[in-house]
Design a protein around this ligand. Structure first.
Ligand SMILES: C=C(CC[C@@H](C)[C@H]1CC[C@H]2C3=CC[C@H]4[C@H](C)[C@@H](O)CC[C@]4(C)[C@H]3CC[C@]12C)C(C)C
Ligand code: SAM
Length: 367
């Protein structure tokens, strides 16, 4: 074959491969977000790498971030930066619900996710006419599922403005915009809602971002009507975690660093904190324990997908379609996935310690 023919063939095959990886294989887990649409939230293209470096230097030593009041105060701003960096990658590679769920035999990830979300609505006894609060709502996957399943109206709050816009766009597309689903940008440590303004509340894998759980639980308690229920899926270490085992410590630190967490709490701390702010603890259960099937298999099964995604991200950065810095963020998430998987396999960590709490009707009842 002549050199010119070979060069043309190589060029055509090359372009074909790029097209295949980026536009076909790079399509989202859930329709709507494609690899070519990867932005970095509200961060301008030229600032992505700097913001990633700032994030990394802040969360590199997770325990320290929570222990001094001055750095604890900075946590919400860094969490906001984190979600600017990861929101599009999450949507592209995972879908519109940013949480785990136990695997269900013979059912898709999407089904398992929905069942885990609908369980929240059922635990709350949510029904038409109820106004629920979604504490740390992401781009609103759970909010839409819960509103549709229960017929109630849901108001979500997130610290990240980019997520607010994504969630509102998804709500509109799903025919579930205001008043069925509303989204507010704000800090769940000091919420812009009047006392006693919600019939129920829930948080799915979100309160782990609070330096002090008392602060967010206290706020939920305040905005709930007396008699109202609150369900939370908490990220915690389990009783199998040993602080003197360096492998356990590295695994938990890895989870904290790659997920913007100011220090994971122990499972047994959750209900004490809930009681401290005034809640009655109705039920508490680690939803990851058998007979539930592993939540981390979805992360493990994705090895080939990660490799492909990593290639897609690199190609897009090279072509200057994706901003510089996206590859580093993707790499960080890949590493986090290894730590999360290890945490699940060893049983030292669970992302779904469920608590069902109730705000007493009277102070008498609270005693
Ligand atoms: C509750 C939180 C987030 C939980 C999960 C939704 C995310 C935790 C780790 C994320 C991911 C890891 C690997 C990524 C992969 C390398 C990429 O190609 C595609 C996206 C991932 C699968 C990504 C998806 C979301 C997670 C599973 C925290 C932050 C409190
Ligand atoms: C892992 S995501 C989970 C989102 C959603 N619950 C879901 O399951 O799809 C955590 C969410 O908590 C929000 N969050 C974290 N800290 C916050 C804070 N201080 N105030 C408000 N939202 C916060 C993030 O912006 C993000 O939307």
């Amino acid at each position: 074959m002549e050199a010119a023919t070979m060069a043309w063939t190589a060029a055509v095959v090359g372009v074909g491969l790029v097209y295949w990886f980026v536009w076909v294989m790079g399509a989202a887990e859930v329709k709507g977000k494609r690899a070519v649409d990867l932005k970095m939230g509200s961060i301008t293209r030229d600032k992505v790498q700097d913001k990633y470096t700032q994030y990394w230097s802040f969360f590199r030593r997770p325990k320290e971030t929570a222990t001094t009041a001055a750095s604890a105060e900075k946590v919400p701003a860094f969490v906001d930066t984190f979600y600017n960096l990861v929101t599009d990658i999450y949507e592209w590679g995972w879908g519109q619900s940013f949480h785990f769920s136990p695997s269900l035999p013979g059912r898709s990830h999407r089904d398992a996710t929905r069942v885990h979300e609908e369980r929240v609505a059922d635990l709350l006894g949510a029904r038409p006419g109820h106004r629920l609060l979604d504490v740390g709502c992401g781009v609103g996957g759970p909010m839409r599922a819960i509103a549709a399943h229960s017929g109630s109206n849901v108001v979500g709050i997130t610290i990240n403005e980019y997520q607010v816009n994504r969630a509102r766009a998804h709500n509109r597309k799903a025919g579930l915009d205001s008043p069925r689903c509303e989204v507010v940008c704000g800090n769940f440590l000091s919420m812009p809602f009047p006392d006693g303004s919600f019939d129920g509340a829930y948080s799915i894998e979100a309160t782990c971002h609070a330096p002090r759980l008392q602060d967010v639980y206290g706020e939920v308690f305040r905005v709930l009507k007396p008699g109202g229920f609150y369900v939370s899926y908490e990220w915690v270490t389990t009783p199998l975690y040993r602080a003197e085992d360096p492998e356990h410590v590295e695994c938990i630190h890895g989870i904290e660093r790659g997920d913007a967490l100011p220090g994971l709490r122990r499972q047994d701390e959750i209900s004490s904190i809930a009681k401290e702010v005034g809640f009655e603890v109705v039920k508490e259960q680690d939803l990851a324990l058998p007979p539930a099937l592993p939540w981390w298999t979805r992360l493990k099964m994705g090895r080939v997908a990660y490799w492909r995604n990593s290639l897609v991200v690199r190609v897009l950065t090279m072509l200057r379609i994706a901003p510089k810095g996206v590859s580093e963020v993707h790499e960080m998430l890949y590493e986090t996935a290894q730590h999360l998987t290890r945490g699940g396999e060893t049983g030292i960590f669970t992302p779904m310690h469920m608590v069902l709490l109730r705000k007493p009707v009277s102070t008498e009842e609270a005693k």
